[in-house]
Design a protein around this ligand. Structure first.
Ligand code: SF4
Length: 240
């Protein structure tokens, strides 16, 4: 495991739970809006100061009873060698696990489900399938994303889908396609979702520096998108 950061307390990352958040370093995507360039771009990762797994376990031992769970985010956690072992250990200490993922490694997702290691999945829906390559700079990931979502939707765990709405990359019209796409993966997903999060783009500290000049969508436009998703999903949040 390459661990680039630890947030020792959060009431925001894991819905309804008090948690700590572990940030894994490295990602196979290059989303232009990403705010985590220091753990995504290999040239910027501070290899001298990565956190050892032992430090995480020692910290968690002291937080038994005061934290409900641990969020594992990135970067992209499913790239990490040793992820299964790391999660097994944390679960054995009695913590719930929330995993944030771009869903591109469906084999890892499958293995995590097989061992029932994840309590809450937060899966990124980057944009409509036709634009995935433009958004992520990665070929041929859509099939894997579909497979991951299908597997998770059949599991017992909670599932949240999240889309960051970046002008030019995700439009209100794109949401018609996104909804159609998700329904084609599993027609019951929307009724089973814990929630759908629509996150407004923030132009600060972006991986693609040119996006710093782009203005986020106005509230009215976000409400238009929210209303589209609400036709299918009871619980939609807009994060501005
Ligand atoms: S937004 Fe997520 S998937 Fe995209 S580059 Fe950043 S960490 Fe990777």
């Amino acid at each position: 495991m390459l661990i680039g950061g630890l947030q020792k307390f959060t009431m925001l990352d894991y819905p309804g739970k008090i948690a700590a958040t572990v940030f894994t370093a490295g990602c196979n995507f290059r989303c232009p809006y990403c705010h985590n360039s220091d753990i995504v771009d290999p040239k910027l990762i501070d290899y001298e100061n990565v956190i050892k797994e032992r430090e995480i376990f020692d910290f968690l031992k002291l937080r038994k009873g005061s934290l409900d769970g641990v969020c594992i985010t990135g970067g992209e956690p499913t790239l990490q060698t040793g992820l299964m072992k790391f999660i097994r250990k944390i679960k054995s200490m009695g913590f719930l696990i929330k995993l944030d993922t771009n869903a591109s490694h469906s084999n890892v997702v499958e293995n995590l489900i097989r061992e029932d290691l994840i309590d809450y999945w937060a899966v990124d829906i980057k944009t409509k399938p036709e634009k995935y390559k433009i958004m992520t700079k990665k070929d041929d990931v859509v099939k894997n994303v579909e497979r991951s979502i299908s597997l998770i939707s059949e599991s017992r765990s909670d599932l949240e889908l999240r889309t960051t709405v970046v002008p030019g990359y995700v439009t209100s019209d794109d949401f018609d396609k996104i909804i159609e796409w998700i329904n084609s993966i599993n027609s019951e997903i929307f009724s089973k979702l814990y929630r759908y999060s629509i996150q407004n783009f923030k132009p600060e500290k972006t991986l693609h520096l040119g996006l710093g000049e782009v203005a986020p969508y106005q509230e009215e436009y976000l409400r238009e998108i929210e209303n589209k998703v609400k036709e299918y999903c009871d619980y939609v949040i807009v994060v501005e």
